[in-house]
Design a protein around this ligand. Structure first.
Ligand SMILES: [Mg+2]
Length: 314
């Protein structure tokens, strides 16, 4: 495959090459955690990069598997970290896209049983989708708790208050073959700054897949649906003119590959060059889909490309 310059495939790129790549792209898709911020700290240079891209007329959107907060909270977080020009319409989270899927694709009629944080429930409620209220006594068990009669979907997202009772109830609802089984994403875990990790939605979904004997339909990356959401809300989205920038091979790079987008791996998050090269050297075709087209050490490397543009225009 020939890229904007030379051959693609795990290529480290710098200023002039980044500039050439950006010249061929109208839509820049950013993952958030590990790319533009880590937790509550913006990655050095990320604010300048995002603002410069927007100022240069690029369409910038954010594509995140994090389902814990509604989009308004994202706008606040962007603002708090210095990304002051980011608007609600630019944010595509797995919770927002789950709500769109339930409302517009499957047109769910009935309640949704949610395993997830309040942010996920809020996003569904804003789309007019009723969620089962949690009304159990603290010591209720699956033997004596109430089950809602009209549950038409079970949706699993990140849930830091996951309980055995929630898992048991969801398993019961999924006995009904007409009850849909959805997952916001299948991220296995997330890094914490302390060096510890947080189990992700994928670990909870896996538990429910085993208990129910069913496979979840996945909304978030690496599945294509989030790209379809972007295409339906912006006109003229051409995969050939989109660039996906992320930090995780199994979600961001595979998402880009699944949607026909060029991909850039940034090394400030989960995946590192060695892992990318292992996939690159693999003989399995499925592994090749995880290989980034291009690699940068940090998103701040884009600033060098802008500097050159400025020099040229002076
Ligand atoms: Mg990430």
């Amino acid at each position: 495959m020939a890229g904007a310059f030379g051959l693609k495939g795990c290529q480290k790129i710098r200023g002039p090459q980044i500039r050439n790549l950006l010249a061929t792209k109208d839509f820049i898709l950013f993952d958030c955690d590990g790319v533009i911020w880590n937790g509550e700290k913006a990655i050095t240079g990320a604010v300048a990069v995002v603002n410069s891209l927007i100022r240069r007329g690029k369409n910038v959107v954010f594509v995140t598997n994090n389902s814990t907060r509604p989009r308004e909270n994202y706008v606040h977080k962007f603002c708090r970290l210095g990304f002051t020009d980011v608007m609600l319409e630019q944010i595509f989270s797995s919770s927002y896209c789950s709500a769109l899927y339930l409302r517009d694709v499957v047109k769910v009629c009935g309640q949704v049983f949610v395993i997830g944080c309040d942010g996920l429930r809020r996003e569904l409620q804003e789309a007019g989708i009723p969620c089962v209220e949690e009304t159990d006594e603290p010591n209720a068990t699956i033997f004596d708790c109430a089950l809602a009669p009209d549950v038409k979907a079970v949706l699993v997202g990140h849930d830091d208050k996951m309980t055995f009772l929630k898992l048991a109830k969801a398993s019961c609802y999924l006995r009904d073959p007409d009850c849909l089984f959805l997952a916001t994403d299948t991220d296995p875990w997330h890094p914490l700054s302390s060096g510890r990790i947080l189990p992700g939605s994928g670990s909870l979904t896996a538990a429910l897949e085993v208990a129910s004997g069913r496979k979840a339909t996945v909304i978030g990356k690496p599945c294509r649906f989030m790209f379809e959401c972007i295409s339906s809300q912006f006109s003229g989205v051409d995969p050939a003119q989109c660039l996906m920038i992320g930090d995780r091979l199994q979600t961001d790079m595979l998402f880009g590959s699944n949607c026909g987008l060029d991909t850039v791996l940034t090394l400030t998050g989960v995946s590192q060059m060695e892992e990318a090269q292992e996939y690159s050297n693999s003989e399995l075709t499925s592994d090749r889909s995880l290989v980034p087209d291009y690699v940068v050490d940090t998103i701040a490397d884009f600033l060098l490309a802008f500097d050159e543009l400025e020099e040229q225009s002076n």
